[in-house]
Design a protein around this ligand. Sequence first.
Ligand code: PNS
Length: 169
Amino acid sequence: MEKSNRVAVYPGSFDPITKGHVDIINRTSEIFDRVVIAVLKNMTKKPWFDFEERVQLIKKVIGQNEKIEVKCFDGLLVDFMEQNNAGVIIRGLRAVSDYEYELQLSLTNSMLSNNKIETIFLPASRENLYLSSSIVKEISLYGAKIEELVDESIVEDIKRRAKEMKEVK
Ligand code: PNS
């Protein structure tokens, strides 16, 4: 089957999904016919949430939307792209510090796909410029408010996990 540029894949760890991710997902769904959120199963850094939990949190936040699908992947992103007949990867860009890593990812994916896969960067919205899953985890460990950083539907899930993480430390 021909790969489609109408399908965009938004890959990431989503440990956990933040308002920054949600903003990129919503904006992508305005541009493309279909958005596949691709959750990396096995991360090098030990995640707070296993991949099934990360998928559940995303589904809770996104709700029912016929344009948006959540899937997991393992191995190379380009293989997942091929299996899903998708030609475009979406990545959000925050500060300049993201650029080098993102360029590396996009050039590698381009090389691995014989230039068939394109990466499109969406600039983070102003309010999300310095927001990351790591910041959410870090401050929730110390009991700080995370309501402005993640969707309210998952605030309690994160606070509960933060408490558990503190207990095992
Ligand atoms: O949210 P993240 O952690 O910045 O997402 C990184 C991700 C999942 C996009 C990247 O690590 C990835 O694509 N991993 C799969 C392995 C792969 O394809 N590597 C080649 C590109 S360097």
